[in-house]
Ligand binder design. Structure first.
Ligand code: F6P
Length: 364
């Protein structure tokens, strides 16, 4: 039997299980292949004893409708920066990538499918350059990975954020209030922009366009007259004022490479109150609700397509490639290309133009 290993890395994301199921079902058609899962990204290979899970058709039956990942994930560490505790109690990281490759060879694993966002695909590229037969699959609710029209998980997050806007509208309208909804997305405003257009927010603040309090106050004065009126602001967690920085805390955990974003909405509330806003302001932070629960049909379909294609790229020995959706096709692109740029909203983005076209204030 030939063996392929599947790993899910980074934050979980709706559709991970549908990718796993797609790989397993496609591999089952090629009788001589066996699929294994590594528990919690590559940790399952690097731990002693190893934590490898056999993934057969029975195991993946019906999992495409489930959120999360049946093989677990982590967004800390990885083979190139494995956290270890020093004798003095401090944490440091070591490179275990060569050992990982040796362990995979020892297990007779011929190829690896690494499902993850930009951090995971950087790991994929590093391992590919060391000779590992690896295929990447782009995952993230943030949609910030380049080389593909969309990552799976994004549409589900947009549905959840849009549902939140819809719900806030009715309560905001009843109370003549301003609601600030903080959504995820890291350094890209895709979730904020899409849910603002879909939900009809008046103001949308994204990391790519630093905001001024004056422009927001101007819109508030247009919308709320003599204490009557309401307004929804969708703010991305990575949004910042002109000349300011993001609101973030450093969790100080070894191997956790990202800043922990959060608090942009509360900062904006204070900025508006300091600028003299008299209207009641309430803040809602959607947080991890955007990553949980049942994947939208769109993401189940895209994830299934990615899973099937990932296995087919292995059959074709197209290693070092990441599966990608380039409408209307599912293709392979070099992982190196996908991680070479961060997928931000460009000034000429079509949906950004649409947002401005329907009068959404972008804070500039
Ligand atoms: O990348 C996905 C994401 O949900 C971001 O939108 C968010 O900033 C981050 O992960 C949160 O990470 P954690 O799960 O470590 O809190």
């Amino acid at each position: 039997m030939k063996r392929v290993l599947v790993a899910t890395g980074g934050g979980d994301c709706p559709g991970l299980n549908a990718v796993i199921r797609g790989v397993v079902k496609r591999a089952a058609q090629e009788r001589e292949w066996e699929v294994l899962g590594s528990y919690q990204a590559f940790n399952g290979v690097l731990r002693e004893p190893m934590e490898l899970i056999t993934l057969d058709e029975k195991k993946v039956s019906g999992i495409h409708v489930k959120g999360g990942t049946i093989i677990g994930t982590t967004n800390k560490g990885g083979p190139f920066s494995w956290p270890i505790k020093e004798k003095d109690g401090t944490w440091t990281t070591v490179d275990r990538s060569d050992e990982l490759i040796r362990r995979l060879q020892y297990q007779n694993i011929e190829a690896v499918i690494n499902i993850g966002g930009d951090g995971s695909q950087r790991i994929s590229q590093g391992l590919y350059e060391k000779g590992l037969n690896i295929i990447g699959v782009p995952k993230t609710i943030d949609n910030d990975l380049a080389g593909t029209d969309f990552t799976f998980g994004f549409q589900t997050a947009v549905e959840i954020a849009t549902d939140a806007v819809d719900k806030l509208v009715t309560t905001a309208e009843s109370h003549n209030r301003i609601f600030i909804l903080e959504v995820m997305g890291r350094d890209a405003g895709w979730i904020a922009l899409h849910s603002s257009v879909a939900g009809g927010a008046e103001i949308c603040l994204i990391p790519e366009i630093p905001y001024t309090v004056d422009s927001i106050m101007e819109r508030i004065h247009e919308r709320i007259v003599h204490d009557r009126g309401f307004l929804i602001i969708v703010i991305a967690e990575g949004a910042k004022p002109v000349g300011g920085d993001v609101v973030a805390e450093d969790l100080g955990q070894a191997g956790y490479e990202h800043k922990h974003l959060g608090g942009a909405a509360s900062r904006l509330k204070k900025q508006l109150e300091d600028a003299g806003c008299q209207t009641d302001i309430r803040v809602t932070i959607l947080g991890h609700l955007q990553r949980g629960g049942i994947p939208a049909a769109y993401d189940r379909i895209l994830a299934t397509q990615f899973g099937v294609k990932a296995f087919e790229l292995i059959l074709e020995e197209q290693f070092g490639q990441m599966v990608s959706y380039k409408h209307p096709n599912i293709i392979g692109v070099p992982i190196a290309e996908a991680i070479s740029v961060y997928n931000r909203i460009r000034p000429d983005d079509q949906l950004l133009r649409t947002a401005r076209g329907i009068g959404i204030c972008m804070g500039d």
